[in-house]
Design a protein around this ligand. Sequence first.
Ligand code: 13P
Length: 341
Amino acid sequence: MTLNEIAKKMCAKGKGILAADESTGTIAKRFKSINVENLEKNRLIFRQTLFNAGSMKDCIGGVILFDETIKQKTTLGPTIPELISKHGAIPGIKVDMGTTQLAGRPQETITQGLDGLRERLKEYYDLGARFAKWRAVVEISHPDQYVGTTPTIGGIKANTHALGRYAALCQEAGIVPIVEPEVLMGGYHNIDRCQEVTEITLNSLFTELYEQGVKLEGIILKPNMIVAGKKCAQQPSREEIAERTLKVLKNTVPAAVPGIAFLSGGQNNEEATRNLDMMNKIGGFPWKLTYSYGRALQQSALFAWKGQESNYKLAQEAFSHRAKMNSLASTGEWSQDLDES
Ligand code: 13P
């Protein structure tokens, strides 16, 4: 398959991406919330439970895995990438190595992982990965803060430059890069500030992708939606979120990009679904708009599972329900009634 064909398959009609690439440290936090020990066996069981759920075939076009998971064998025999492929989804891999303090700009972070990436991509390709993910993080400082305001142009440029280098290496290896510049939604900033920062970030990103020879028809963009900070007193309606997000995307993302798959970023299940649905109800854009959710797809399954084998089916049902609701949102056919039924 060409890069464009892979990207299109990941975002085929009614499908989105399951982000199951939590690092061992991040999944420890998720497991702690249900009192489950963070053991390799438990991580495998929870993930293979999701990957075997009934909604995989119709709702999931790609699954983002962590290094440990792509190398695991399921307890039923096949490897994790084989299990995912069996359900018609494409296995992918998180290749960034997390963030560290940016030298010279200590209030900001830079994503690491470029050294040795060419060799790692080759290894992941041989393990079955056909797409990858790299997440850059942009944090908005408190609106009252003057000294040390973030983000800075320097911080944004350093991060989008790394995304460009990562994306070019992926395409060289026959792997579709998911480029994820996440403007965090924690904090007190209002929706105007999120819009401004996201627009600057996406403009910088597409300049870098162009300058580094990345073929836009062979990428997937994974952005945040335009929302107010979680602690901002004025929270926008779903219409406002949808309209502003579409405005920013139309201003910055070339039509050659086949798919835009949002992160959920701390929105609750319903918000993540209804905001995506609203954008697809409005319509009138050249790309597929879908989901690449982690928490908003897995949270209810995690709480249904609670680490108990006897809850296996309940966890699959909870996951399948969220996947189905988001699948409907990706075509603008979701409704509250359907979600509650
Ligand atoms: P959330 O949907 O939980 O934000 O996770 C998506 C993801 O892959 C973040 O990198």
